[in-house]
Structures are given as structure tokens and as C-alpha cells.
Design a protein around this ligand. Structure first.
Ligand SMILES: Cc1ncc(COP(=O)(O)O)c(C=O)c1O
Length: 365
């Protein structure tokens, strides 16, 4: 038979998303399940975004603005970015794909931590590049020296999620600046800030090195902080030169008309932002207070989720399945290579209580 599928694609394992709530409810015969598996916003979506999307609905027979100008202007007004260095996208997942396919030629490689967001390695491999993975520090943070050590003459991209998915670890501005300065000039640093809005620490101020550099891409998403995961809207900040290169290869209408208006409206929803942060932080504080008392080791987090390690002898997959039977969906980190670790996101009061009660039942009865 003629070989049609390239080996690089044949060898890829598919992305493992969090389970769909409707699907799990049917499978388990339980209704009203609690889902804390995909780092979504348990408060729902920004009301200002929802109103804008509803208002725009009659117009979806038309194509949206291929350059997302109104959204870029709203981002420029809020954060002071140069609109010429902004690219909008169908979720930040799209940027990972476009960067890998645009900048990784066969023989080139990209370096990332393992574990970190799994789409980095997959997209680099799909682009026939090599994904080189560096281990985390013993505290489950990015090991920046180890990443630097893995870089070679064929490295084009370094992916760094900050905060790090799935552990929640956070890099401060000083560490990032030193890392950027140590990178060879042939490497582009992709800073994935999908969860940056949730940090309680100082946000990195990239100062001049972002403004002057052609070698940095910062990706942010509306999926988490504004509760718009199903809408698919994100933006990336980079030099105008790199932005014009990526604009040539992305799909022209990648950010839908609805995504553009919803995201632009969300940017001014300070009330939703504040409520989201309050819900997230009180939830994470609750987990940190309750879970160690029932034998789980919790890790510091600056994201909207937390990682916890099970007691010796328990496996993440087994506990994940048992929690499903208790009506709670979280994430086993076995697909990230962590067999005794679980990840769950912040939730409403009833959701976070349900998780802790389910843990008690699963671990002790
Ligand atoms: C670190 C990280 N980056 C990017 C994404 C993708 O987000 P989206 O494509 O919804 O913008 C996720 C989603 O979970 C993530 O955890």
C-alpha cells in the first residue's frame, strides 16, 4: 500500500482533552457532575462578552475583520501594545500550531519542559521538527538551566508556559530576563501566559526587551480569565516583523466575528475579572487548607488550578476513575508523565466542597 500519512504524524499521540461533562454523565449514569478538569472559569463567561456576542449574532452571515482591528485597538488601549505587533487567534492553541509550522523546518527543533502544555511537543513533531524536552526542577518548576543546556544550533523556538501547566509553578521577572539574555540569537522565546492574570505575585514587566526584540512572542488567551474557552479568542504580542510573517500563514478569518466582539467587550469587564480572581483565590486557599489534612501534598500555584500528589501506593488514574464515580471530574496527570499526581481547577463553593468530600470517600472508604 502507498504510504500517505507521514511517519511524524503517524507516530503522534492525540491531544488528551479534559472529559466532556455530558459524555461522563451518560457513562456514569450520574447527573449534575462537577467538572474541575480543564481550568475553565466556574463563574461562567464575562456578562459584557455575552451581551456583545448576542448583539453581533445577526451579523454572522458576513466574514469578520480578517485583521481583528477593533480587538487589537482595545488591547492597545488597555495594555499600551503597538497594534502592529499584535496577532489575534482562534485560541492560543492556534499560535502554537502556526509558530511550529511557520518556524520549524525539517531538521530544526524546539525546546520545552516536560511536563508542560502538551501541544508544544505535538505541534513541533507534526511540523516534522524535533521536540526536545527538559526535566522540571525537583519543585516542579521550569529548570531554566536545563532548557539552556538542551538548546543547539538547530533550535528555533523555546516554549515556556508561565504559570506552568500542569504544576502551577511561576517564574519571576528577574529569572525570565536572565534567561532571555542567555538565549542564542537564533532562538525565539515563546512565553505562554494563558494563566498570567491569576498570579498573586508581581506580573513580569518585560520592559524594553519585549519592545526591542524580534525574538519574543507572548501569548495570552480569553479562555480562562474571561470564561470564553468555547468562543476561541486569544492574542499574541511580538515585533511587527514577526507579526507580519505570522499573519501571512494563519487562516485569514481565524478569529471569528463573534470571538472578536466578545473578547473586546470582555477586556472592559473589570467586575467579572475581580469576581473571577476572588473565586479563584478563595478556592485555591481552601484546597491548600483542606487537602493536606487528608494526605494530599499540594504544590504552590499562581494559576487557576492546583496540582496535588497522592499518598504512596495510589495511582492518579485509579483515583481519577474513583472520583468520577463520586460525580467529580478532574485531571489525572498520567498523560503528562506524572503517575501519582492530579490537577483540578478553582471552583465555586459547592464544587470545591464536592471535590474535597469525594477525595475523602475515595481515599478512606
Ligand atoms: C498553558 C496553556 N497554553 C495554552 C492553552 C490553550 O488555550 P486556548 O487555546 O484555549 O487559548 C492552554 C489550555 O489549557 C494552556 O493550559
Amino acid at each position: 500500500m502507498i504510504k500517505i500519512i507521514p511517519t511524524a504524524i503517524e507516530n503522534l499521540s492525540p491531544y488528551v482533552p479534559g472529559r466532556l461533562i455530558e459524555e461522563v454523565e451518560v457513562e456514569m449514569g450520574i447527573s449534575g457532575m462537577v467538572k474541575l478538569a480543564s481550568n475553565e472559569n466556574s463563574l461562567g463567561s464575562s456578562p459584557l462578552a455575552l451581551a456583545a456576542v448576542e448583539k453581533a449574532l445577526p451579523h454572522i452571515f458576513r466574514y469578520g475583520d480578517a485583521d481583528s482591528r477593533a480587538l487589537k485597538n482595545a488591547l492597545a488601549a488597555k495594555y499600551g501594545f503597538d497594534p502592529a505587533g499584535l496577532v489575534c487567534g482562534n485560541g492560543s492553541s492556534e499560535f502554537i500550531l502556526v509558530l511550529a509550522h511557520g518556524l520549524i523546518n525539517p531538521g530544526a527543533n524546539a525546546v520545552m519542559s516536560r511536563p508542560s502544555f502538551t501541544l508544544y511537543a505535538k505541534n513541533v513533531q507534526a511540523a516534522a521538527g524535533r521536540a526536545i524536552e527538559a526535566p522540571l526542577t525537583p519543585e516542579y518548576g521550569h529548570d531554566l538551566q536545563s532548557i539552556l543546556d538542551k538548546i543547539d544550533k538547530d533550535t528555533r523556538l523555546v516554549f515556556l508556559d508561565n504559570p506552568l501547566n500542569p504544576t502551577g509553578a511561576y517564574l519571576e521577572a528577574g529569572e525570565l530576563t536572565a534567561f532571555y539574555e542567555a538565549l542564542p540569537e537564533t532562538v525565539i522565546l515563546v512565553l505562554d501566559e494563558a494563566y498570567i492574570e491569576f498570579t498573586r505575585k508581581a506580573r513580569p514587566d518585560y520592559g524594553t526587551w519585549l519592545k526591542d526584540s524580534e525574538r519574543v512572542v507572548i501569548m495570552r488567551t480569553f479562555s480562562k480569565i474571561y470564561g470564553l474557552a468555547g468562543l476561541r479568542a486569544a492574542y499574541a504580542v511580538m515585533s511587527p516583523q514577526l507579526a507580519s510573517a505570522l499573519n501571512k500563514i494563519r487562516q485569514p478569518f481565524n478569529t471569528s466575528l463573534l470571538a472578536q466582539v466578545g473578547a473586546a467587550a470582555a477586556l472592559s469587564d473589570d467586575d467579572f475579572l475581580r469576581r473571577t480572581l476572588n473565586m479563584t483565590w478563595s478556592s485555591l486557599d481552601y484546597y491548600a487548607a483542606e487537602l493536606p489534612a487528608i494526605g494530599l501534598k499540594v504544590y504552590p500555584t499562581e494559576a487557576n488550578f492546583m496540582m496535588a500528589a497522592l499518598p504512596e501506593g495510589r495511582s492518579a488514574d485509579e483515583v481519577f476513575q474513583a472520583l468520577l464515580r463520586q460525580g467529580v471530574i478532574i485531571r489525572s496527570l498520567s498523560s503528562f508523565g506524572l503517575d501519582r499526581h492530579l490537577r483540578f481547577n478553582a471552583g465555586l463553593e459547592a464544587e470545591r466542597r464536592a471535590l474535597v468530600e469525594a477525595f475523602k470517600k475515595v481515599l478512606y472508604s
